[in-house]
Design a protein around this ligand. Structure first.
Ligand code: 5GP
Ligand code: ZN
Length: 113
């Protein structure tokens, strides 16, 4: 999608601090971190959110999940971390390109789940 922020970041058209990249996945530091480690993992193809995952694009979404463990290990999150994907307005999704937040480096406080 030509006007999608995370499509542009994943394509290197907008600068970011990349922590992982392969053919299908791009991961970078959140610009407004909510924890000492806050990484966003996105598919390189445009998928709007979890709601738009289907049989055609599921492999790209799944690749994001596959690499999270390795990123967390590299970031030193051996004590654990949280993975969040906001989907739609009630969840507060602000960027409409599927992304998984990896949050860690601190003991999580109040739990929502
Ligand atoms: P959402 O609220 O959609 O789940 O998460 C979007 C995330 O993208 C937010 O945590 C926000 O800080 C991050 N973000 C928004 N714009 C940029 C940007 O230009 N660069 C980076 N690295 N992160 C961004
Ligand atoms: Zn996109």
């Amino acid at each position: 999608m030509s006007d999608c922020l995370f499509c542009k970041i994943a394509a290197g058209e907008i600068p970011s601090t990349c922590v992982y990249e392969d053919e299908d996945v791009f991961a970078f530091r959140d610009i407004n971190p909510q924890a000492p480690v806050h990484v966003l993992v996105v598919p390189k193809i445009h998928i709007g959110s979890v709601s738009e995952i289907n049989s055609e694009n599921a492999a790209a979404a799944s690749r994001c999940l596959e690499v999270i463990g390795g990123i967390a290990e590299k970031e030193g999150l051996e004590n654990g971390y949280r993975v969040i994907s906001n989907c739609g307005p009630d969840a507060g999704q602000t960027v409409h390109h599927l992304h998984f937040h990896i949050l860690g480096g601190v003991k999580m406080g109040e739990k929502i789940v």
